[in-house]
Design a protein. Structure first.
Length: 134
């Protein structure tokens, strides 16, 4: 009997393995593009500048006049008008103190419908030196 030639089967098997591996690589590359796109969209959606502006305004209010009702209402109105965001803040005077400083606690909450941001900021104020010799 003549011996069977199996070279054709190996060629078909190798072609099948190469095609499956190319298919898997194509799926992996497609997923990596999608992940990169959603990550960049999330970075672009984050309102970094708006939060920084609100934070600076609230810290200025805490330094000047923390109990001012007019400044609070102005900040709420401006944030809704300019940024379409709800901003809430609360200032607690002398929440914590140590030997050299007293700290006011500032709670800032920012919500524009997409991003919610909460921050607690401790505003230091130097205590008066009362006759201590260092």
């Amino acid at each position: 009997m003549e011996r069977m030639n199996e070279d054709g089967q190996w060629i078909v098997l190798m072609g099948f393995i190469v095609s499956v591996s190319l298919f898997v690589l194509a799926i992996i590359i497609n997923q990596s593009v999608t992940v990169g796109q959603t990550t960049s969209e999330a970075v672009l959606e984050f309102p970094k500048n708006e939060i920084t502006e609100v934070r600076e305004a609230v810290i200025d209010i805490a330094k000047k006049d923390p109990s001012s009702y007019t400044l609070r209402q102005d900040l709420y109105a401006l944030s809704m008008d300019r940024m379409n965001a709800v901003v809430y803040y609360d200032i607690t005077n002398e929440k914590y103190q140590d030997i050299y400083y007293k700290y006011d606690e500032i709670l800032i909450r920012f919500n524009n419908g997409v991003t919610r941001y909460n921050e607690t900021y401790w505003l230091p104020e130097k205590k008066m030196n009362r006759g201590f010799i260092a």
